[in-house]
Design a protein around this ligand. Structure first.
Ligand code: ADP
Ligand code: MG
Length: 682
């Protein structure tokens, strides 16, 4: 039999049967290597025996003491009490679950070494259910190393993980991980095996800072693998050919004349970047970043026009029906005068309607199709898809990037973000893309005055909003409830709209939530856009993209529940015209420290990049991008909040590896096997 390898299943480890394998599976451990990369969450200091007199309530401690008395107490709950002493004091060990064998092992006069959290019991200090070992005489000194504590799942004991790792670590020397020493600045843990052993079995010399260094080495490797996979797929894309879309009829210039506003310098620069990409026969994959309201949509229109000039199709995907509908109206008004037909495709169209539209798309009669993800269902066939535009991307998973093939070719792709993404996250998660940035807002935008107000003053706020609406302003009232679901938010919006209509019968108040029929949603949005509705009570369905420049006032209920990116997005619905806007963030006290900080950030700043960086610091990448986006499931060790400083290094190493040592690059990607970037087919 060959020696077991690290990529063998955990079932090759002694003592792992189906039941244990199933538990390991729950924490996504399938191979011996997965175990090796399953790092301790923290360490316990069991290196020193504490004297009983020196114990502190609430702290974990290792003690060595002699059993003075063992008895069963019949109180509210039957328990076994073991009173122990050392030369400084007394302590009680309390067990609610115990058996005869245990009781024999801890009889009077025996010694015990145990570890647990010290608490104040009815008759002095005690430890409930300590981990313990019995000794006939005074126990030997404990091993002088820190004890790892692993992330685990129900029914999987620390001891078990530790003993499995013993077996895995035995295989470590036979393992040859990719060596990247010469690419690393810091040689301390250049050998990945040294870092891993150090983390699983910290030697006596281990300090917090050394453990941090070792962990950073492993995290670097993981980030590197991810960046490599992305850059590799970018290079593969460079080998593909697709349809080139050079300058043609200059319909874009025609739109520019008709727009009614001048593009900002940033919009002009970015439009040029996109159009130059389209001129090449390499498939574009470009990330368009820009703050809320910076005017990303019109860039998409120029790109779609370029494709249409060549008789090629563009698919524009929006994350919500409301936004798809709005884009449809916008694109139609921009493109129809140029003779380019636009079609809308969402899940809620009737079957007959859908079939007719599918047919028109398949015959190539419609050149621009706006829709939700329904655009990319199997039965939609494009005759000549050349360009895919994905708007407000933070709703779509990073790794479900719409890398679609059409007729065997990759179309050009433009991905537009909902909110700015911190630079480090862009480098780590979008390393396969070229990035364009609109870093300027259209002229004349007024700052939004943001106030944080306790829900205790909700009534006053309601009156003020109603008065403003009566004066001709338009306002959003955004409902979020305590339970996290669109259903409960919808109920909240319904209650609120009833309340407001009863109080202000003369005011035109609309209701918008995700569970209304699509046609009704579209009607309501149109009425609000036409100023027939003064006050729109809505759930967070209006979060992304919705653009009604007349609206100047927004109230967000339970704002403390929302993340910074979401608040920034929502607030971005106002302040889109030239009139000054206000945003009132209602919160339900008491506020946690983090919520307080979050609301302070949003009140102080209106710059999406500043807000995103603050979010990353406050709460980590999961909340900056939404859990599906962050790679939180992608990364096992790395944390892009904490490890931001490793990203630039990983990015540099990745480029050098791909240029000079592609096999090494493959090995690193293979080791961490980040999700593949396979292309889906249209
Ligand atoms: P976002 O980047 O958030 O998607 P939009 O594309 O929805 O922003 O643009 C916000 C609003 O600004 C829209 O009403 C749009 O027509 C308008 N707009 C875009 N560019 C300009 C500009 N250069 N000058 C004035 N208004 C603009
Ligand atoms: Mg937008």
């Amino acid at each position: 039999m060959t020696a077991p390898a690290l990529d063998d299943s955990v079932r090759t480890l002694r003592g792992v049967g189906p039941a244990l394998a199933e538990k390991l599976d729950r924490i996504r451990i399938h191979t011996a290597l997965d175990l090796l990369l399953h790092l301790p969450a923290r360490y316990q200091d069991r290196t020193r025996v504490r004297k009983l007199a020196a114990l502190k309530v609430g702290a974990e401690a290792l003690i060595a003491a002699q059993v003075r008395r063992s008895r069963i107490a019949y109180g509210k709950r039957r328990s076994w009490l073991v009173e122990v002493e050392d030369d400084t004091g007394y302590l009680t060990l309390r067990f609610f679950h115990f058996n005869e064998r245990q009781r024999k092992s801890l009889q009077e006069g025996m010694w015990v070494q145990c570890f647990g959290e010290v608490r104040m019991g009815p008759s002095g200090l005690e430890i409930i259910h300590p981990e313990y070992r019995a000794f006939p005489a005074e126990p030997p000194p404990p091993p002088p190393t820190l004890t790892p504590v692993y992330p685990t799942t129900e029914g999987l004991a620390q001891k078990r993980i530790i003993s499995l790792l013993d077996q895995v670590l035995d295989r470590l020397d036979r393992w040859q991980p990719p060596r990247i020493d010469k690419f690393l600045d810091d040689q301390a843990f250049a050998d990945l095996r040294v870092a891993l052993r150090f983390l699983h079995r910290p030697p006596t010399t281990a300090t917090e800072s050394l453990l941090d260094q070792a962990r950073a080495r492993v995290a670097l490797d993981e980030i590197l693998a991810n960046v490599l996979a992305l850059k590799r797929s970018a290079r593969a894309r460079q080998q593909e050919t697709t349809v080139a879309l050079p300058r043609a009829q200059r319909l874009g210039a025609e739109l520019l004349r008709r727009l009614g506003f001048e593009l900002t310098a940033a919009q002009r620069r970015v439009a040029t970047e996109v159009l130059l990409d389209l001129e090449r026969d390499r498939p574009m994959l470009r990330l368009l970043q820009g703050d809320v309201g910076s005017g990303k949509t019109v860039i998409a229109a120029f790109a779609a026009i370029r494709a249409a000039e060549h008789g090629r199709q563009t698919a524009i995907m929006a994350p919500t029906e409301i936004l798809a509908e709005q884009h449809y109206l916008n694109f139609s008004s921009w493109l129809a005068p140029l003779g380019i037909e636009v079609s809308l495709l969402t899940g809620s169209a009737s079957r007959a309607e859908r079939r007719a539209r599918h047919a028109a798309i398949a015959r190539g009669e419609v050149l621009v199709v706006v829709g939700t993800h329904a655009l990319f269902e199997k039965d939609v066939e494009f005759a000549a898809l050349a360009l895919v535009i994905i708007d407000e991307q933070h709703r779509f998973g990073v790794h479900q990037r719409m890398a679609l093939r059409s007729k065997g070719m990759l179309p050009h792709q433009l991905v537009m973000t909902a909110t700015p993404i911190p630079r480090t996250l862009t480098m780590a998660l979008y390393a396969d893309m070229d990035v364009s940035m609109i870093d300027e807002l259209p002229k004349g935008r007024q700052p939004i005055e943001t106030r944080v107000v306790s829900a205790a003053r909700r009534d006053t706020v309601i009156d003020r909003v109603a008065r403003a609406c009566a004066r001709g302003e338009q306002a959003y009232w955004v409902c979020t409830l305590i339970e996290e679901s669109e259903a409960s938010d919808s109920r909240g919006a319904e209650t609120t709209v009833a309340e407001l209509r009863a109080r202000f019968p003369k005011l035109a108040i609309g209701l918008l939530h995700g569970r209304l029929p699509s046609a009704e949603k579209a009607r309501t949005m149109a009425a609000f856009a036409a100023a027939e509705i003064a006050l729109l009570v809505a759930t967070t369905v209006i979060e992304v993209g919705v653009d009604v420049p007349n609206a100047t006032l927004m109230v967000i209920e339970n704002a403390e529940r929302l993340g910074l990116a979401q608040l920034h997005q929502l607030r971005g619905r106002v302040g889109r015209g030239e009139r000054a806007s206000r945003c009132i963030l209602l919160f339900a006290p008491p506020l946690t420290a983090v919520a307080q900080e979050r609301l302070a950030v949003i009140r102080r700043s209106q710059d999406g990049f500043v807000i995103a960086e603050a979010d990353l610091k406050l709460r980590g990448p999961g909340d900056v991008l939404g859990p599906r986006q962050t790679g939180e499931q992608v990364f096992r060790v790395a944390d892009l909040g904490r490890d931001a400083n490793l990203v630039a290094e990983a990015s540099m190493i990745a480029t050098r590896l791909l240029d000079t040592a592609p096999q090494l690059a493959d090995a690193i990607v293979g080791l961490w096997s980040p999700p593949s970037q396979d292309y889906a087919n249209v």
